[in-house]
Design a protein around this ligand. Structure first.
Ligand SMILES: Nc1ncnc2c1ncn2[C@@H]1O[C@H](COP(=O)(O)OP(=O)(O)OP(=O)(O)O)[C@@H](O)[C@H]1O
Length: 223
């Protein structure tokens, strides 16, 4: 379980542009469930997601991951937790140009020291599952938008993360691919993974796969 206690996030503290993006957020995210963070633009969804995923620290408050307080851990521990626990799927696929799809997908696993031959099998299996194994040797700049998004999903899963974090994953997908994405989410759930998604896409938050919708407004949880 992930628990946020009185989490605040202030940007540009002490400057005229100071802005409170999150105000005393208390939230428990259950394991093996799909949780959607929903809310208007600027309500703090991405900010909250980045704190949950150990990509940024709260200005105040505490974050607990499986009962362990992680808020005050040094950066190198956070990096390690991030790598082993979370898989990130972003709005933009953020693939590295100039190298192949296969190399992109394997990249996050290199620091963990797994044998390259094992890694390659795992990566190819992931690409096959999302029907893009035929693009493994292609450079990422040759991919269509949907193919790039699928490659980024395979990359997010390469370290077999327990928690999947997806920030507006369907923003650049057409309806068919968005449904396909939700099928992938269903599969994660069946595998016992915890999924946290930010979205203002009804196709996502109205999906029967979603266990809980958390509404954010002005940096606070509603209801
Ligand atoms: N690094 C930053 N510096 C200053 N302000 C920021 C920073 N990051 C986010 N903000 C502000 O915090 C608020 C919340 O941003 P956030 O990206 O979390 O919103 P969001 O709900 O994800 O919005 P959207 O749906 O448009 O992506 C916004 O007003 C944004 O301008």
């Amino acid at each position: 379980m992930i628990e946020l206690v009185n989490v605040k996030k202030v940007f540009n503290a002490g400057n005229p542009s100071e802005f409170s993006a999150l105000n005393s957020v208390n939230l428990r995210i259950a394991e093996n469930q799909v949780t959607v963070l929903k809310g208007p633009s600027g309500s703090g969804k991405t900010t909250l997601l980045s704190i949950v995923g150990c990509m940024s620290r709260p200005s105040a408050g505490r974050v607990k991951l499986q009962g362990r307080e992680i808020t005050s851990l040094p950066e190198r521990f956070l990096t390690d937790i991030r790598r082993k626990t979370f898989g990130f799927i972003f709005q933009q696929p953020n693939l590295i140009k100039g190298i192949s799809v296969l190399d992109n997908v394997m990249l996050p696993a290199y620091p963990l020291g797994e044998k390259r031959s094992h890694l390659k099998i795992k990566a190819m299996n992931g690409l096959s599952e999302l029907n893009i194994a035929n693009k493994a040797a292609s450079k990422v700049e040759w991919l269509s938008g949907g193919e790039a998004q699928r490659a980024s999903i395979v990359r997010a899963l390469i370290n077999d993360p327990h928690i999947i974090i997806a920030d507006e994953p369907t923003a650049h997908l057409d309806t068919k691919l968005s449904y396909r994405f939700m099928e992938i989410i269903e599969k994660f759930k069946a595998e016992g993974k915890t999924v946290i998604i930010t979205s203002h896409d009804p196709l996502v938050y109205e999906s029967s796969m979603v266990d809980r919708v958390v509404n954010l407004r002005d940096g606070q949880i509603e209801g």
